[in-house]
Write a protein that binds this ligand. Sequence first.
Ligand code: NG1
Length: 562
Amino acid sequence: MGAVGSKQHARVPKASKLSDVYDDNENSVATRYDTLVSAFKTQFEGEKPKTITRSPGRVNLIGEHIDYEGYSVLPMAIGLDVIVAVSVALKEEGNVEEDEAEATLSIANVDGEKYTPKEFPFDHEQEVDVKSHHWTNYVLCGFKGIFDQLKKQNKLESVLESAFMKRVKKVMVMVDGKVPLGSGLSSSSALNCAVTVALMDAFELSFTKGELSELTCLSERYSGTQSGGMDQAISIMGEKDLAKRIDFNPIGAMDVPLPTNLTFLIGNSCAVSKKAESAHKHYNLRVVECRLAAILMAKHYGEDIEKAKTRVTLREVADLYCNKGDLWTALGAVRKALNEGSYTKKQLENDEGLGDLRKIFDCENNEAFNVVLQKNDTFKLRDRARHVFSEARRVHEFQKICEGQSPRYAVSGPIYEHWCKVIGLVPDVGVASDDPTKDFGHPMYGMGKEDALAKLMHLSHESCKTQYECSCDELDELVDAFMSAGALGARLTGAGWGGCVVAVCESDIAEEILADVKKSFYEKRFQSGVANIADETNLLFKTAPSAGAAILHYDDEKGVIV
Ligand code: NG1
């Protein structure tokens, strides 16, 4: 792929001091690691950790729900992370009793009351029980992903046959997480990534950052969501002081420097988004809708129906038929190829000629899609596709502005017509300055960099809210609270349907804004008990691009870092 700044071929760094990874007070960070290690020793009867790792949550600045459609997104890693300690106990050579005993994978959490421990067989082929959701499911995802990767590399047999693997008696995992759950800051991927890196190191294996990003994206699907790949990639490849443009197929991370006079703020809407449990009516339904949209677009371009049914992403179709992936052309095509409103299952199967939808989505083998098709009868395709193409365009603009290009983003009016002439298109593709849905066609010529970035974030939220329908009342209220407090822009971040808002403001008024939002949004929630004042610093805070996954040196005498 070769994007400048791509780090996918590098290995996860071994941190030699805490300040390589953390900006916070090193004493409190060191204490957290000491607590992890002592919880490990207590849980596993005096055993010592062999490997300690960390992997962060992330905030997505722009590019929502487009990673699974193949389009680039623009997140940054945040300081909140998951830390993991792992050790592998080996069977004693020649001990017959131990030789015959079943090896185990034993998982525990520093907060054992809230996150109860669980033991699994040491078997990479076991299934993740998506029907009864338990936090350790994500650990199991990471565990299985390692073996999937080995299989992909044709190394599975030799690793399983190695003297080390044959002697495994017990794999012990202790976890401590600081990324708030269900908040859109990707606690699940931080856990999956931290565990995967820890197990990789403890099993004496070595994957590149690109391989880890890909394998964790795929392995998280065992938890029941059709994860797109952004969260795992930024958790693995994030770097201090840099946002990243994450590309897919193949995976890559390109540095995006953010304007230094701006500060990003995060606020939790206090509406918990239960991603795994609600996937069939939210996340996975959107994945299905986008795929159906891609199929109907391919059909619109004259593809044989059987061929069209093999299309998976909107990008695939746009790259083939829309002026080599030109997003304005794709937006125009959406209007012609897809009906407004919803399609029923019957319409899609009969009138559009798609036949049994269950076959297209391989429901026999894919339980996540099976549930979506069982529980939903209507599918909105036009709005979803318009969100995807316009959001992909906003990511592109956002990156260019960060890199110093003057804001443009005007396709309406005379400029648009001129552009159509230049590339030889009839200017009727539906882009109009009076478009009531206002998902594109907003000129930004002459705007300052800060205002233009904020405007893109604002348009992104509008599109998530009206076209993709992944916002909720609490998120909208929090966006308004940030804007009224003087933020330049604000939008939901992550999957939505609850979780967090990311806002951007001039750095010198960041504290004032936080105080104002605390008053207008949180105080009533503290009073009513919806939010706990003790969690204040985790609900509303400033953030900056932080380091990605790391392996930390552990010395039993001197502590985590020597
Ligand atoms: P979160 O916010 O972690 O649920 C999810 C997906 C991303 C991406 C965003 C929407 C997972 C692990 N993450 O993020 O890949 O699609 O939604 O942009 O499923």
